[in-house]
Design a protein around this ligand. Sequence first.
Ligand SMILES: Cc1cc2nc3c(=O)[nH]c(=O)nc-3n(C[C@H](O)[C@H](O)[C@H](O)COP(=O)(O)OP(=O)(O)OC[C@H]3O[C@@H](n4cnc5c(N)ncnc54)[C@H](O)[C@@H]3O)c2cc1C
Length: 335
Amino acid sequence: MIATKHFNVLIIGAGPAGIGAAIALSKRGIKSIAIIERNDKLGGIPSFYKKKKGGIRTFVRWSRGGIPVFGEDYAKWLEKQLVKTKVQIELQSQVCNIDAKKKILTLVNNEKREVNYSADAIIMACGSREETPAERGWLAGSRPVRVLFTKQLLRLLDGNHLLPMNNPLIIGSDIIGYAVAAKLKAAGASDAIIVDNCSKPKCGFFERLYFRMWSNPNYKGLSAKSIEVIGNKTVTGVMFNGENITCDGIVVCGVLIPNSELALNGNIKVELHSRQLVVVKDYQLSESGWFATGNMLGGFHGAEWCYFNGRRVARTVTNYLSNKPMNLEFKNEKR
Ligand SMILES: Cc1cc2nc3c(=O)[nH]c(=O)nc-3n(C[C@H](O)[C@H](O)[C@H](O)COP(=O)(O)OP(=O)(O)OC[C@H]3O[C@@H](n4cnc5c(N)ncnc54)[C@H](O)[C@@H]3O)c2cc1C
């Protein structure tokens, strides 16, 4: 691979984490930075949560006293900060391959041309995605109409203004499950039943309290091994630990897993079971000069957490570039 362009830092992914890193690196005086994004807009996941009248704001600005905002507005705020810098923005460009040793990325750019970029340091900020129900292995039975994944439901609700169910059952009790219950109720459905294989909901108390403004779902938690879908053409219910629960639609909230395939293909160490990147120390990956930030690090984190995490990684990367010893203490860093 021969690189066509060289940068100080390349960032893969322009979600909150990648943008946070780009802004902080720029403020720290790093001259040539490029951020590469496969979508045609900046902001990552929040950019897909459209602002609409009567809609629910699910992105919390903790740094502004905990104000909830629409994802689209949060993405626009990120964009506004980023365009003030001299960071090179490459939209509609997908990184398809990496050479971890030489620190070279192969990307297909917006002209459908394959180009190679190299850098002194590379930050992976590719985010995470919902694991499919099949991968999750918790859903048994047939798959009739109206068993939807969160993304499909949001596309119907927000994109097409369609309400596909009136008595919903939601599988998965983390924040996404409660946000979905609120969105369904706001769109005209009844209060959802949420089921999960743990006695208490995974969603935190304050988040549940916030979503109570729209809906008060009924939680059923058991350490059941599986949940069986009932219904021939359309869903009529589920069998959960011997109990027959009726519903006319199911939303399956997957577990978030990091988008770590690129790293895996490039021989950067990844834990195969969880698909989490192996962090050697302080956001550094197993190959020298490679770093990760945001939801790529695993777990479930809100957008604002990812943005500040990106800023913290920028400090580690700056230290790496100037060959300073790594500083593990971030507590005093100014936001
Ligand atoms: C379905 C879902 C719903 C969520 N809902 C909420 C919510 O309501 N509120 C909340 O606070 N948080 C929510 N989250 C969490 C959300 O992911 C974080 O808030 C935040 O967006 C994560 O930031 P990030 O920058 O790490 O990743 P992302 O926002 O996912 O951004 C990663 C970016 O990298 C790009 N990318 C990935 N691979 C490549 C590649 N090879 N080449 C080029 N570009 C690439 C992607 O296109 C994407 O734009 C949700 C997450 C999911 C998956």
